[in-house]
Write a protein that binds this ligand. Structure first.
Ligand code: SF4
Ligand code: SF4
Length: 141
């Protein structure tokens, strides 16, 4: 069965940083994220968790600042301090299953993310499905 986005969807991240800021939220972490991020920062896993991980409804998340920014977001550069090792949740945005479940849901993404309002390049349906599956696997861990 074909997905509604079978022709592909135009997307190009502009690096605006809006998805790292704003309303309070969570940046969920799975075991692989924690291990990778600890190594990236040169910390033991326990030290990384003590310093950078909070529990939200029993699940692990990065900390955020009082203004809602992720603690690793740099307001001056609008960049991510973890970019090469960033969490699966960040790496797979905006291809989260609930955001691509319908054209209407995708319209919501377009309101929030300027990278989804471009006209090119087209991201293939296969790539979109792979990213969505990656996030599903992460959530299951
Ligand atoms: S809101 Fe969209 S364009 Fe801006 S940084 Fe996030 S993914 Fe990229
Ligand atoms: S880890 Fe990086 S990409 Fe993810 S929310 Fe924080 S600053 Fe943004």
């Amino acid at each position: 069965m074909n997905d509604w986005f079978e022709p592909g969807l135009p997307f190009h991240c502009t690096g605006c940083g809006d998805c790292c800021t704003g309303e309070p939220g969570a940046v969920w972490l799975d075991d692989a994220d924690v291990t990778r991020l600890a190594a990236h920062l040169g910390l033991e896993v326990q030290a990384f968790e003590e310093k950078h991980v909070r529990l939200v409804a029993g699940r692990r998340s990065l900390f955020e600042r009082f203004n809602g920014d992720c603690e690793f977001f740099n307001r001056e550069t609008r960049g991510c301090g973890l970019y090469d090792a960033r969490p699966t949740q960040c790496r797979t945005y905006p291809w989260w299953p609930h955001l691509i479940e319908s054209a209407e849901a995708w319209e919501g993404v377009k309101r929030e993310c300027e990278g989804a309002r471009v006209t090119e390049p087209l991201v293939s349906a296969e790539s979109i499905r792979e990213r969505a599956a990656e996030l599903r696997r992460s959530r299951a861990r």
